[in-house]
Design a protein around this ligand. Structure first.
Ligand code: TRP
Length: 337
């Protein structure tokens, strides 16, 4: 076998409900680009999961599969190293979900902090779609079907990893053999990136995102709208760096860490204006996004190329996930006609 067979396996996924943005880039995309040489990496376009709260919006979800695939390729995911696949085209994932469902209680799902917050935020109460409540189980199927041990995700997904490992232990105990590996979340060293308006979450519905093909004009507009220190009224005043979105973004994206530290010290002392710091951030973001945007525009001109990558990747993953399903079924003692 090739050496790739021994590399640690990574599976991660995204719900294709919209273009990816800088929050995704800082939280997980760039980690994935960095890992594709040393790991066997799979990226799942989780369209079935997206349908758990978009059942009446199939067209949006399907269209965004292409958008997210373009984002992957544009940031440097290399399809010769990383395999990209479409969740709804991998039936083994849903068969695994059916078996795993019996090892998870409704009470446990309702206690999953991510699900709990989402139930509250959306006011679902008891009217939560059953598919939505159960998506952590389907995510456990995604991860285990690939036998992934590492899952690069944002902090909000940690409860999913914990729940996956609970499923893993229960299934292995039932089978009497550790055929499913436990997995670990791989977090980026920057925490969750706030929206450019300073709100904790960057999200499309809040209109505070910077997409990965933002124009120079969009970038400028977003940076100008950024929240700084409201008490930093005159340039000479000492300013606060903590909670200052411009510095949060510089920390996340400016390659020159030493200079950012100097700027912070200067800002704290006083004498450094918001305008100067914003100009720097604008430059940093233009330099980061410019090449991604160009590459994305080029790729978007060749839909056949993108479709071929998705089809080939999905074909490959169909075999991998089917193998795991066979193993689990055999382990559980089910017929496999
Ligand atoms: N729940 C993830 C999100 O909201 C998407 C996802 C689906 C995923 N399946 C996964 C992430 C498996 C990691 C591993 O973005």
């Amino acid at each position: 076998m090739t050496e790739s067979a021994e590399r640690p396996i990574i599976l991660t996924g995204d719900r294709p409900t919209g273009q990816l943005h800088l929050g995704h880039f800082a939280g997980s995309l760039r980690t994935r680009v960095g890992l594709q040489d040393s790991h066997q990496q799979y990226l799942l376009l989780a369209d079935t999961q997206a349908l758990t709260d978009n059942a009446d919006n199939v067209e949006k979800v399907q269209r965004n599969i292409i958008e997210v695939a373009l984002d992957y390729l544009a940031v440097g995911i290399d399809p010769t190293k990383t395999t990209i696949c479409i969740q709804s085209c991998l039936p083994a994932l849903f068969e695994l979900t059916s078996y795993y469902m019996n090892f998870v209680t409704v009470a446990r799902l309702e206690r999953n902090p991510t699900i709990k917050t989402e139930i509250q935020m959306r006011g679902f109460e008891r009217d939560i779609p059953a598919g939505f409540l159960c998506y952590p189980v389907s995510q456990a199927a995604d991860i285990t079907a690939f036998k992934a041990t590492l899952v690069p995700v944002g902090e909000d997904q940690i409860p999913m990893i914990e729940q996956t490992n609970e499923v893993v232990r229960r299934v292995n105990r039932q089978i009497g053999n550790d055929i499913l590996p436990e997995c670990k979340a791989l977090l980026s060293n920057v925490g969750r990136l706030p929206g450019f308006d300073g709100k904790a979450k960057m999200s499309k519905s809040l209109g505070n995102t910077i997409v990965l093909d933002a124009s120079d004009k969009d970038i400028k507009k977003a940076v100008n709208a950024m929240y700084t220190d409201p008490n930093h009224l005159r340039i000479e005043d000492p300013g606060q760096v903590e909670g200052n979105v411009v510095f949060t973004y510089l920390d996340a994206f400016d390659p020159n860490k030493a200079e950012v530290e100097e700027l912070k010290a200067h800002y704290r002392r006083g004498g450094l204006g918001d305008g100067t710091v914003k100009k720097r951030l604008e430059g940093v973001l233009k330099e980061l996004i410019g090449p991604i945007r160009e590459r994305r525009q080029e790729l978007a001109k060749d839909p056949t190329y993108v479709m071929d990558i998705l089809r080939d990747g999905t074909d490959k993953c169909r075999l991998i996930t089917q193998d795991t399903l066979d193993e689990v079924k055999a382990g559980l003692g089910l017929f496999r006609f």
